[in-house]
Ligand binder design. Structure first.
Ligand SMILES: Nc1ncnc2c1ncn2[C@@H]1O[C@H](COP(=O)(O)OP(=O)(O)OP(=O)(O)O)[C@@H](O)[C@H]1O
Length: 726
């Protein structure tokens, strides 16, 4: 629910001299849009040459009409006064384009090249026809329910340039209450976010930004931008794009932004689910035994060993190791096999054959070529081409010859690739020392080899059912990808994703990056993350340079690293406290917060925890906050607190696992599930040294996530003394 404008802002309706003219323009635009919608809805106008064409035309027109109708309440949010080729004109910028054929009421969409000028700090540009344009004025228009509520000039060349209005508009937007889903920020995108979002299409980007800098938001906006026709051959489509987010709670929270950005149809899921789905292992349990050990084992030696092994498994060099391993396996399977057949071409019979040496040559050529479609289909294609050549088959005879060869070829390929399943191959590679050593050769140093051969997780229980651990999934994916290719399944075929967005990109193994690079069109990865917020460093890269190298390794053009330096989520009071926590482990934390004033951070101690939490929540509710989270260290803490809070007349909805959905109101959840979510108010339950061990960097990172979830209010609650960092 939007809160009232800060009192310091003038009542713009009476102040701005162009308010009446803008109101009139809005009315004109609405009439023009309505006329267009009616025309589209009128079936009698959408007549094609035959019935089928007419129906298709009418359906498409209805779709257009429906899409435009959605934007009637707020057709645009800004305008640009520009001068091009000596002519001055005003362009209105909105979430959807509208063409007014008869008058001046057209709207430019924000994703278009020209629409981008609304956000940037440029004062001029060159049109596609080579004309020089200059920006005279940028104006924000607050349109809601078909009514103009205010206007703010952001830039006015005739009044000396920047007016400071952009910050006013942003502050008003940021002081609004939170919602139960991620929101789009199309209207208030800031220049540095705009620049990151519009990094050239076809260029993979890594976007580093602090908590609340709008990374997740920008990821989805870049995706929407990628869908615009101005992106030409780089244009993406919703059905062919993939967004990976760290957990399912956040994935469904974020997915609520899709309709507003016209992105319905995009797949939003977690990396684990996507990998399991691709590998056809949906039924398997997924474990993260490294994390279990890191959280439970107090022995630093074992923790270090577990960390190192997980890192080694996700090292991009493992791609080369798997490659060599598969080569050895395939060559051994081929052994002394040879091939011989007689085929009919026209009325003649032709004998075709491949000696063992020839087969080895053919296989070797395929493996060296590194085909993106995978060894298996590429080898089969190479066999077919060779045999067709031997049979001297004409183009017309090809189909018939291939049909005759098919059963034999299937058998031959089957024998060479016999039983090579991703799970078994990945495990076979790791479990046998001689196998690993022969595959690794000089690719891995002795230390990495012994780390891989060790078993620091022996003490961590394994599930009874068959399972895959998150640290071995990329290795399994590598086997699958090298053998049969990677990408989006379309029937029996694989197509590259038109664009892939990775959120919380600091938690993806470099090996996984290299594989995702192969699953997407070249240059079509957008990764957003914060190395300082990494909770899963054992899975992630050491630096963005590692990721750039991994994406380059995939044969792609690497990736450009961009930075977001501002944070938007929280009030000054919350941002300052979060920065204080982050500074203990992150020396480069020079983050600039938007200076939004809010309530002081509340500190409650000296009574039983449930009582203090209930008190904190009620204070927030009394101050008008609706969406409030009680964040605990563990899921079990949250679970135990639910009935105790009820005794204090507080009904907090628990979110204890990834199956739960955030629907607003008062919730209680562990910090790992709160990551990426945000609330009007946040109560950190157990904000003390017993809960977040000050001696462990990992715990400080968790504490940082907890204290940085609130937009407007933060309460720190502990029975005894508060954590020293707070
Ligand atoms: N330009 C903007 N205008 C208005 N609100 C913005 C803008 N940029 C970001 N925000 C708001 O700031 C908050 C943080 O954004 P977002 O969740 O995308 O950040 P993040 O960098 O992914 O954070 P985290 O690292 O904590 O996951 C959101 O409420 C978002 O709507």
């Amino acid at each position: 629910m939007p809160s009232p404008l800060p009192p310091s802002l003038p009542d713009q309706q009476t102040v701005h001299p162009e308010f009446a003219a803008e109101t009139q323009h809005l009315d004109g635009t609405l009439s023009s849009m309505l006329a267009q919608i009616e025309a589209w809805e009128d079936r009698s106008r959408n007549v094609g040459a035959d019935l089928e064409t007419s129906l298709t035309l009418a359906d498409t027109a209805e779709e257009h009409a429906a899409m435009l109708s959605v934007h009637l309440p707020a057709p645009y949010f800004g305008s640009l006064k520009v001068r091009v080729g000596g002519r001055e004109q005003t362009l209105y910028v909105g979430k959807i384009a509208h063409r007014d054929l008869k008058g001046p009421y057209s709207i430019t969409s924000w994703e278009s090249e020209v629409g981008g000028l609304f956000y940037s700090q440029e004062t001029g540009w060159t049109t596609p026809r080579g004309l020089k344009g200059t920006i005279q004025r940028r104006r924000q228009l607050d349109v809601r329910q078909k009514t103009l509520h205010g206007l703010t000039d952001l830039y006015d060349a005739s009044a000396g340039g920047d007016t400071g209005g952009r910050e006013d508009v942003l502050l008003r937007r940021l002081s609004e209450g939170s919602t139960t889903g991620m929101r789009d920020v199309v209207e208030t995108l800031q220049p540095e976010q705009n620049a990151a979002m519009r990094a050239p299409a076809g260029q993979s980007v890594l976007i580093q930004g602090a908590a609340g800098s709008g990374k997740t938001t920008i990821g989805f906006h870049r995706l929407a931008w990628m869908m615009h026709p101005d992106r030409l051959h780089h244009r993406a489509t919703p059905e062919t794009t993939l967004v990976l987010m760290p957990n399912q709670v956040l994935a469904s929270y974020a997915a609520r932004v899709l309709p507003g950005l016209n992105l319905e149809g995009v797949t939003v899921t977690t990396p684990e689910r996507w990998q399991l789905g691709f590998l056809g292992l949906e039924k398997m349990d997924v474990t993260d035994r490294t994390l279990t050990l890191l959280l439970q084992d107090r022995d630093n030696g074992r923790r270090r060993a577990a960390w190192r092994r997980a890192k080694a498994l996700g090292d991009v060099r493992m791609l080369a190791v798997v490659r060599r391993y598969l080569r050895l396996r395939l060559e051994a399977n081929l052994g002394t096999l040879a091939y011989q057949a007689v085929v009919e071409t026209g009325r003649k019979e032709a004998e075709v054959q491949l000696s063992s040496a020839q087969l080895h040559d053919l296989l070797g050529t395929v493996l060296t070529r590194e085909p993106l479609e995978g060894y298996r289909p590429a080898f089969r294609a190479a066999l077919e081409a060779e045999l067709l050549a031997q049979a001297n088959a004409t183009d017309a005879q090809e189909v018939s010859v291939l049909r005759q060869l098919a059963p034999d070829l299937t058998r031959l390929v089957g024998r060479i690739f016999a039983g090579m399943l991703p799970v078994t191959e990945a495990r076979r590679l790791l479990q046998d020392e001689a196998t690993l050593r022969s595959a690794a050769g000089e690719l891995l140093d002795e230390r990495t080899l012994s780390v891989l051969l060790s078993d620091p997780l022996a003490s961590v229980a394994k599930p009874r059912r068959s399972y895959a651990d998150v640290t071995e999934l990329p290795l399994m994916l590598a086997v699958a990808g090298l053998l049969d290719g990677l990408g989006r399944r379309v029937g029996n075929a694989l197509e590259p994703y038109s664009h892939v967005v990775l959120d919380e990109a600091q938690d993806y193994a470099p090996l996984l990056y290299a594989l995702l690079g192969r699953a997407a069109r070249p240059g079509h990865i957008t990764a957003l993350g914060d190395l300082n917020q990494g909770l899963h460093g054992y899975k992630g890269p050491n630096s963005w340079a590692d990721v750039q190298a991994a994406l380059g390794n995939a044969g792609g053009a690497g990736a450009e690293l961009l930075r977001l330096s501002h944070t938007y989520r929280s009030t000054r009071q919350i941002t300052e406290l979060s920065a204080q926590v982050a500074a203990t482990y992150n020396r480069a934390a020079g983050v600039v917060g938007v200076d939004r004033d809010g309530a002081a951070v509340e500190r409650l101690t000296g009574a039983p925890l449930p009582e203090l939490i209930a008190r904190a929540v009620k204070t927030m509710q009394a101050a008008g906050q609706t969406n409030i989270a009680v964040v605990t260290r563990r899921a079990s803490d949250a679970d135990a607190l639910v009935p105790l809070l009820q005794q204090h007349d507080l009904d907090a909805q628990p979110i204890l696992n990834e199956l739960a959905r955030y629907v607003g109101g008062v919730v209680i959840l562990p910090v790992n599930l709160a990551k990426g979510l945000e609330f009007d108010g946040c109560v950190v339950a157990g904000a003390d040294a017993q809960t977040y061990d000050p001696a462990t960097e990992y715990e400080s990172r968790l504490l940082y996530v907890s204290v940085s979830r609130g937009l407007h209010r933060l309460a720190l609650v502990a029975e005894g003394e508060l954590h020293p960092l707070l």
